[in-house]
Design a protein around this ligand. Structure first.
Ligand code: NDP
Length: 345
């Protein structure tokens, strides 16, 4: 239980991200607290409930999840399950009369996204997607620079998102399973580059080209390791992105205009993001300024954002429509790569 004025979340799925990033972040929230847990592992959920002072009467399994409808301490559920379960639990939560914060990717198909949005509208509840970078001051600074005139005419966006997937840990296992993950590095990592290009450019592409990068690593039987794409925009900008499941962890964005380059490196980590602006001087040397920020807990800010948006009756910074648009682009990239063709978006 938490102070009654605070907004209560049920955390659904007690995996790496829930345990190591989200649950600890409640201690820095002003408006939100954790009031319930949903898990397939009773022993783990009992242990975590004790750690966070959650009463046993607020512990649920996936089977009795719908009973959350009768739990007044739950205002919203935060879905942190494997990707293919996001749609089912979002729709069940809306039917139970709760708001939903759902992890990225929003779902594994565009149709699922449409059903999730529809269920939220029918329930009169909010759907927010876990695009935590919106709550990072580094991203906010980058968006303000990208929207201004410091870069000149924007021409190129580059994004790289990579990590080394471990096939022996549980998070690695479902990510390698097409049915549970919905795709490989693109839907898991590359999505940061797709969403990032969209929030930095504030424009959607009109055409996509893509190719899978071949691999002889036998763990990639069902999902891709590396995929490379290009997106073309009406404004004349071109973006190119790559993502990987078999390399050193990397998250890098650059926006290249005719006056300056904006660099985010790293761009989408939990704590260490950096933004800098590079301008050419006399075509030879370059002047680089890196902006400094106080470290802000993006997870706590994200958790607080949903109750704040509900109270203000305003849209969240990461709506279901945003999540669905990323899924549309992911689908276009896969289609372009499978058919070795351009896809209009
Ligand atoms: P984990 O594998 O660590 O955790 C997933 C949890 O889901 C499991 O621990 C389990 O919890 C539950 N679960 C229910 N059914 C299954 C199943 N069939 N197979 C495996 N697990 C199942 O994954 P992550 O925490 O890394 O990722 C979870 C979600 O969060 C994903 O959608 C991912 O994209 C997203 N994510 C987002 C991040 C971000 O920065 N925004 C970072 C990392 C992940 P239990 O034992 O309690 O039932």
């Amino acid at each position: 239980a938490c102070e009654p004025r605070k907004f209560g979340y049920a955390i659904v799925g007690l995996g790496n991200y829930a345990i190591n990033q989200i649950l600890p972040a409640f201690s820095e929230c002003q408006h939100a607290c954790v009031t319930a847990l949903v898990s397939g592992n009773k022993e783990k959920s009992n242990r975590i409930a004790e750690q966070y002072g959650i009463e046993k009467s607020h512990l649920y399994s996936y089977e009795d999840f719908d009973k959350i409808a009768d739990d007044p301490e739950i205002d919203a559920v935060y879905i942190i399950l494997p990707n293919s379960l996001h749609a089912e639990f979002t729709i069940r939560a809306f039917k139970a009369g709760k708001h939903v914060l759902c992890e990225k990717p929003m779902a594994v198909t565009v149709e699922e996204c449409q059903n999730m949005i529809k269920a939220g509208k029918e329930a009169g509840k909010k759907l927010m997607i876990g695009y935590r970078c919106h709550f990072d001051p580094v991203t906010q600074k980058a968006i303000s620079i990208a929207c201004g005139d410091q870069l000149g005419k924007l021409k190129i966006i580059e994004t790289t998102n990579a990590q080394m997937l471990n096939p022996t840990d549980s998070a690695g296992q479902w990510r390698l399973n097409k049915k549970l993950a919905g795709g490989g590095s693109l839907i898991d990592n590359g999505i940061y580059g797709i969403n990032g290009s969209r929030y930095l450019l504030n424009e959607d592409p009109i055409e996509v080209k893509a190719t899978f990068v071949p691999t002889d690593n036998p763990i990639f039987k069902e999902v891709e390791d590396r995929i490379l794409w290009a997106m073309f925009y009406r404004s004349g900008v071109v973006s190119h992105g790559i993502c990987s499941y078999s390399t050193n962890v990397t998250s890098h964005f650059s926006l290249i205009g005719d006056k300056a380059t904006l660099l985010l490196d790293p761009a989408t980590t939990y704590w260490a993001n950096k933004v800098s602006l590079r301008q050419s001087m006399h075509h030879i040397s370059s002047f680089k300024s890196t902006f400094k920020f106080d470290q802000l807990n993006q997870f706590s800010a994200q958790l607080d954002h949903l109750p704040i948006s509900i109270a203000r009756k305003s849209e969240t910074l990461a709506t279901g429509e945003e999540g669905m648009q990323d899924l549309r682009l992911i689908k276009a990239i896969y289609e372009a790569a499978y058919n070795n063709s351009s896809v209009s978006t």
